[in-house]
Design a binder for this molecule. Structure first.
Ligand code: AMP
Length: 339
């Protein structure tokens, strides 16, 4: 078959490679030299192209090699976080599974918030000045990776005090957001342009340090320790939702897909994640989205409760991507799933 699935060696690469093979497609790995041994251990790549780092994806020889194998690149979180995404979207001349323009929207906080609002999805309130703040807030620093350097303030005065103490200034693209008290939920969806349908393939929650350890310290000791929460993801924990909540999440996912069609044509293609906080089972606020495969799907390489309902055993997100590519290829509709 003159089509292959390529990805970069990190994040969810193992699952993407395995999914390609399970669907009978050639699996191509752009492998960073430093991780060669790791990926060799799993023997999943049919073709392995050694690179120094993710920026090498823009090398002309690498791209022509991929094109000669009919490769379609599956982008993941490392590509979003470790390259200049605007440059990548413009200069990478290999087909990408998904809507490449949406990757730019994902990495821009303002565009992201606008898209969610236009979809009619509730988002946390954002404040353009500390003086407007009238509730607990979370302060997100520009480009802060994995929530490092975020801090919480209990209200306006506490915020102004903390901004003064830390010397952080408003004009550095600081993002002040209402702090939503509730539990975080990360449902993994797949939108199939071939079927015109949203599928739910799994749900996780993230295990974040140090915030997920704070509950183990008695409140009185927390005060003495003066610890600030941080939100660096260490791993993912599987979750199933109350069945009565599923409809609400499908509604949010479908609104999201519709909004992407209007604002970023051709709209969502393939995997995405709605990053939500539930104040109550009925009161759901969405603070982020990912418009590509998320690492939480690594929990379900052998399938999840939801993918089992739809497909039986063994349907990971990586395999679902490969399946869509294979079906599109077989029906000569590849242009519907790549950009
Ligand atoms: P983010 O970098 O926006 O994905 O946020 C990192 C983590 O901060 C999330 O996984 C949540 O645990 C927490 N968080 C982000 N935004 C909010 C919010 N508005 N209210 C409460 N917690 C939040």
């Amino acid at each position: 078959m003159k089509v292959s699935v390529a990805t970069y060696g990190s994040h969810s690469a193992l699952q993407i490679l395995r999914g390609a093979k399970d669907e009978g497609l050639k699996a191509v790995l752009l492998c960073p030299r430093s991780r060669h041994r790791l990926y060799e251990r799993f023997r999943l790549a049919d073709e392995l192209i050694l690179v120094e780092g993710v920026e090498d994806l823009l090398r002309e020889d690498v791209q022509s090699n991929l094109n000669s194998m009919g490769s379609i690149l599956v982008p993941h979180g490392t590509i979003i976080s470790d390259v200049d995404i605007k440059k990548f979207v413009k200069d990478f001349k290999v087909p990408i599974f998904g809507n490449r323009e949406l990757l730019i929207w994902e990495s821009d906080r303002e565009l992201k918030e606008m898209l969610l609002k236009k979809a009619g999805i509730e988002v946390p309130r954002a404040f353009s000045s500390p003086d407007e703040v009238d509730c607990p807030v979370i302060v997100k620093l520009p480009g802060a990776e994995g929530g490092r350097g975020y801090f919480i303030a209990s209200g306006r005065e506490d915020l102004i005090k903390k901004l003064t103490e830390t010397g952080v200034r408003m004009n550095r693209g600081l993002y002040i957001q209402e702090y939503v008290v509730g539990v975080t939920v990360y449902p993994h969806f797949f939108y199939s342009p071939l079927k015109g349908e949203v599928e739910l393939l799994g749900v996780d929650r993230r295990y974040e340090t140090n915030v997920d350890s704070l509950g183990r310290i008695p409140a009185s000791d927390q005060l003495n320790l003066g610890v600030q929460p941080t939100y660096e993801v260490v791993g993912n924990i599987p979750l199933v939702l109350r069945e009565s909540m599923l409809e609400k999440f499908f509604d949010i996912a479908e609104r999201f897909v519709e909004a992407t069609k209007r604002l970023v044509p051709p709209g969502m293609i393939g995997p995405f994640c709605i990053e939500a906080i539930c104040r109550t089972p009925d009161d759901i606020v969405v603070f982020e989205f990912s418009a590509r495969i998320v690492a939480g799907t690594n929990l379900f390489i052998n399938g999840s409760p939801y993918s089992y309902l739809l497909y039986g055993e063994g349907m990971s997100m990586g395999r679902r991507i490969a399946k869509e590519i294979r079906l599109a290829y077989e029906t000569s509709e590849l242009e519907k799933v790549v950009t």
